[in-house]
Design a protein. Structure first.
Ligand SMILES: Cc1cc2nc3c(=O)[nH]c(=O)nc-3n(C[C@H](O)[C@H](O)[C@H](O)COP(=O)(O)OP(=O)(O)OC[C@H]3O[C@@H](n4cnc5c(N)ncnc54)[C@H](O)[C@@H]3O)c2cc1C
Length: 387
């Protein structure tokens, strides 16, 4: 596996073990069937509890069954899972960073005890409902709202593009609380089997096909008052979750690019044209050299992010830079890998075009490439350019 500047020499035993466990899981459990799932537009749901048993959901949290592994170990896990498929890494990212993290950070003791162990073991599935049909890049414009009624909250609104909503046991739904002054955004834990909840599946995706995506419709949905996450109000609730998930994406995208690179390198040494392997042509070598360099510099950025996160110095803008850079890199390099495979490269027999298609989603969700550009622009100039 490409590790050109030997970053993995510095891993401690636990980090090596987590990397190896995830790598083996991907080789044995993901790679054999993932192309079929991608073609069929299905997620291998049988892997959900297995991923829980292996500790893939939020292992960087502490307590309630989570072992508090290092941020490097967590990043390596995301890298290895996305080397299998972005849909597999998305499953772990959503469950861990977007569902378990907010319950862990902002939930009551009862909420933590009720939900975290089952989510961690993969016996329960969670989803994160922020995006709405009319509010994607600007989630603070959200229209979904909650109002108090006889000691309960009533939720109304609709969310869309929600990973795992059709297979979820609990949704973290972000809504404006109209019962409080200034209608602050608050997080609600909603079980989709409540009256008034619909979770229609979104089909027709050409990207992230091995992942379940859906809507969340909320029509006079009553939830108890203790369904609200008590520890946070305002956009910092959902945004802090996104920072956690984007950190994982910055690592994960490197895994997808590395897998595309390794596939192209192997193919180039085995595919003969004009009397020998295509790897002997300078044009193909240039592509591999460029790919290896781009992957290596993205790996360096991911590793540095882990150091900053570990010591509490990671800013959301650092994560924006890494998400923006590493996903663009993976999007570009998976396309180069695809072209090196010629006609075979457009089939599901090889991973690069699947990674390339997935990267269209990864480039768009968790803040589009453009939005991260604006976040960096604001950080560098002090001038916001969103409106
Ligand atoms: C497969 C998939 C899974 C997803 N999973 C989830 C999930 O689990 N939970 C969830 O809440 N959401 C999820 N999303 C939603 C995702 O986060 C949004 O699609 C994303 O935030 C972009 O919103 P939008 O699609 O409404 O695009 P828009 O916001 O309408 O953007 C359209 C285009 O305009 C550009 N643009 C927007 N504003 C500006 C600006 N100010 N300046 C310059 N350009 C701008 C964008 O960059 C983009 O190119 C998922 C999306 C996909 C595709």
């Amino acid at each position: 596996m490409l590790d050109y500047v030997s970053l993995e020499d510095d891993l401690d035993e636990e980090e090596q073990m987590i990397r190896d466990t995830a790598r083996q899981f991907v080789e044995e459990q993901v790679k054999p069937d993932i192309a079929d799932h991608f073609e069929a537009g299905t997620f291998p749901t049988d892997l959900i509890p297995e991923m829980g048993e292996l500790g893939f959901y939020a292992p960087n949290l502490e307590g309630y069954g989570s072992p508090n592994v290092s941020e490097t170990a967590y990043g390596l896990l995301m890298q290895e899972l996305e080397a299998g498929d972005s849909g597999i890494r998305s499953m772990a990212s959503v469950q861990g960073a977007l569902v378990m993290y907010p319950i862990h950070a902002f939930g009551s003791e009862e909420q933590k005890e009720r939900w975290l162990p089952g989510l961690g073991r993969g016996e329960l599935v969670g989803c994160f409902g922020l995006t709405e049909p009319e509010h994607g890049s600007n989630p603070s414009g959200m229209e979904t709202y909650a109002e108090k009624d006889a000691g309960e909250y009533v939720l109304n609104g609709s969310k869309t593009w929600i990973t795992n909503s059709p297979i979820s046991d609990v949704a973290v739904v972000w809504a404006r609380d109209r019962s409080a002054e200034d209608n602050p955004v608050r997080g609600f834990l909603v079980e989709p089997d409540r009256d008034g909840v619909t979770t229609n599946k979104i089909d027709e995706k050409l990207s992230m096909r091995a992942s379940v995506t859906g809507e969340i419709g909320l029509n006079d949905v009553y939830v108890p008052e203790d369904a609200v996450l008590p520890g946070v109000e305002g956009m910092k609730g959902p945004l802090s979750c996104l920072t956690q998930a984007r950190y994982g994406i910055a690592w994960g995208a490197v895994g997808a690019a590395r897998d595309a690179f390794e596939t192209a390198r192997e193919y180039a040494t085995e595919r003969d044209q004009f009397g020998g392997p295509i790897a002997r042509f300078q044009i193909q070598q240039q592509k591999l050299a460029e790919m290896a360099t781009e992957i290596t510099t993205s790996q360096l950025l991911a590793h540095r992010l882990a150091e900053l996160k570990e010591r509490g110095d990671l800013r959301p803008q650092h994560v924006s830079m890494a998400k923006r850079n590493n996903v663009r890199m993976a999007r570009d390099q998976s396309r180069v890998a695809r072209e090196m495979l010629g006609g075979n490269g457009i089939t599901t027999d090889y991973s690069p075009m699947r990674h390339m298609a997935n990267m269209e989603t990864v480039y768009t969700y968790e803040g589009t490439h453009d939005i991260h550009t604006l976040i960096l622009g604001e950080d560098l100039t002090g001038i916001a350019a969103y409106e």
